[in-house]
Design a protein around this ligand. Structure first.
Ligand SMILES: Cc1cc2nc3c(=O)[nH]c(=O)nc-3n(C[C@H](O)[C@H](O)[C@H](O)COP(=O)(O)OP(=O)(O)OC[C@H]3O[C@@H](n4cnc5c(N)ncnc54)[C@H](O)[C@@H]3O)c2cc1C
Ligand SMILES: *[C@@H]1O[C@H](CO)[C@@H](O)[C@H](O)[C@H]1NC(C)=O
Ligand SMILES: *[C@@H]1O[C@H](CO)[C@@H](O)[C@H](O)[C@H]1NC(C)=O
Ligand SMILES: CC(=O)N[C@H]1CO[C@H](CO)[C@@H](O)[C@@H]1O
Length: 413
């Protein structure tokens, strides 16, 4: 067989940001990708996301259309004291960081879906909605679907999120994500009337970027606000320490009163944001954190995204890590990869990526106490910004590939 045209069959479990990105990276190499997704109609939740420069670098490599993302530049953060209203503006400390943007999740999602299953390089991935995966045999490369169908493939990629079933089969036991003690409200508001409310001047004046409003007191409370969809929408997150414990999951349709109940002592000018017309229903969201795993790989199966490292969103790097991991897998499984290469490629993947994913996991937790105790946090740290935002995951994976496999296979990418 001509090595360079041999294609692997690949089952991707989960059609979130991780699943669609890895499907894109692998179809471009000519592999035959099927994506299995529980939801009948899969959309991202109606909220926004920051796409930091390190993630955007990978998306560019995968052919993303910037226009379709409708991104807003993310050039820094203005921090406010919730009581006094005093502010400090922090610009990025590292030049590449200025490439970061904010997107509505559904804009990012639709673009990734187009790249995964639309026309383009390599065979389009096949998206099977309404198809829940019930079990996996990592050594055999099989998954079992809800209707009993067994699908065999050369690779199984677990991109099935925080409650991953593939994770259970890779590590050999159930590892639940744990209560972080933090919850948040998430809402998206229409931006067009924002200029008409003089008290909301803090939202638009100054740096094009994020606004953090930090509450005083012992328990962690913070608004994190930024524009998206070409500036027509405003994304709101209100973090608060939640004493209600693990009992609560996420709840739809949180009301203005629910939000006021947690943040009522904030300066009224900050609360005026809740008076903007709501674009979509708001949610209350319990934040959970996954303990570090003994391994991300076993046999023909591997994990990526939240399935491997769900954490607090305080660095805005969760989806970015999923995107980096997807890009890396694309580099490590070029066209012509043979079945007998799989285990060495997965070893390389784990070697390259697990430490970085776990770094983000741990540092995201650290952020909470740093912010709360007034210690330098992400926005003050050149080292963290360089490490996270200047990283080139594609370059790193190419280098890893060359060092380990370059000479033997002579593969090109
Ligand atoms: C409030 C908040 C703000 C955030 N902000 C940012 C940010 O600014 N920047 C950033 O980079 N990250 C951010 N994150 C993190 C980011 O949202 C997640 O890391 C990312 O969405 C994870 O994507 P995923 O594809 O790994 O998982 P998911 O999005 O959870 O996707 C998993 C998919 O798998 C499917 N699935 C699950 N089980 C099965 C099964 N058995 N069979 C078939 N399908 C299955 C699910 O239905 C789902 O569609 C934030 C998170 C939160 C909560
Ligand atoms: C980022 O961009 C802003 C304005 O566009 C500029 O003032 C700033 O110097 C840039 N930051 C870095 C680190 O290059
Ligand atoms: C959301 O809440 C509003 C009022 O609080 C109610 O009118 C509306 O029906 C609710 N929507 C959903 C989907 O529950
Ligand atoms: C209240 C509201 O606008 N709900 C919409 C939120 O967004 C979803 C799709 O993302 C719509 O289906 C809802 O109608």
């Amino acid at each position: 067989m001509d090595d360079s045209t041999f294609a692997l069959s690949i089952s991707v479990v989960g059609a979130g940001i991780a699943g669609l990105t890895v499907a894109t990276a692998l179809r471009r190499n000519g592999h035959l990708v099927q994506i299995f997704e529980t939801a009948e109609v899969k959309t991202e939740i109606g909220a926004a996301i920051s796409v930091p420069s390190n993630a955007l670098r990978v998306l560019d490599h995968l052919g993303v259309s910037r226009e379709n993302l409708k991104g807003v530049p993310y050039l820094g953060n203005t921090l406010f004291d919730a009581e006094s209203g005093e502010s400090t503006t922090l610009h990025w400390l590292t030049p590449g960081a200025n490439e970061s943007i904010f997107c509505h999740r559904s804009d990012l999602y639709e673009e990734l879906k187009r790249l995964a299953i639309g026309e383009g390089e390599g065979p389009p991935a096949k998206l099977r909605l309404g198809t829940k995966v019930m079990a996996c045999d990592p050594e055999e490369g099989t998954i079992m679907l809800h209707d009993g169908e067994v699908v065999h493939a050369d690779l199984v990629l677990g991109a099935d999120g925080i409650h991953s079933i593939i994770r259970t089969h890779i590590i050999g036991r159930v590892q639940k994500a744990l209560d972080s003690g933090l919850s948040c409200f998430r809402a998206v508001y229409e931006a067009d009337t924002r200029q008409d409310i003089p008290e909301l001047q803090w939202l638009t004046a100054g740096v094009c970027g994020a606004r953090s409003v930090r509450g005083r007191g012992d328990s962690f409370r913070m608004f994190f606000i930024y524009p998206c969809r070409s500036g027509t929408l405003v994304n709101f997150i209100g973090y608060y320490a939640d004493s209600e414990g693990a009992a609560r999951a996420w709840t739809p349709n949180a009301s203005r009163e629910d939000i006021i109940a947690e943040f009522g002592d904030f300066n009224p000018k900050f609360l005026r944001i809740l008076d903007l017309p709501i674009h979509n229903e708001s949610h209350r969201w319990k934040l959970r954190v996954l303990p570090q795993l003994p391994t991300w790989i076993r046999g023909r199966a591997a994990l990526l995204g939240d399935a491997a490292h769900a954490t607090l969103p305080l660095l805005g790097q969760g989806a970015a890590m999923a995107i980096e991991e997807a890009g890396s897998l694309g580099c490590l499984f070029p066209a012509g990869t043979r079945r007998e290469d799989i285990s060495a490629r997965f070893e390389a993947y784990q070697n390259l990526r697990k430490g970085r994913g776990e770094f983000v996991e741990t540092e995201s937790l650290e952020q909470m106490s740093n912010i709360q105790h007034g210690r330098p946090a992400f926005f003050n740290s050149l080292e963290m910004q360089s490490n996270l935002l200047e990283y080139d995951a594609i370059e790193a994976a190419h280098q890893c590939f060359n060092e380990r496999f370059g000479d033997k296979s002579g593969s090109q990418y």
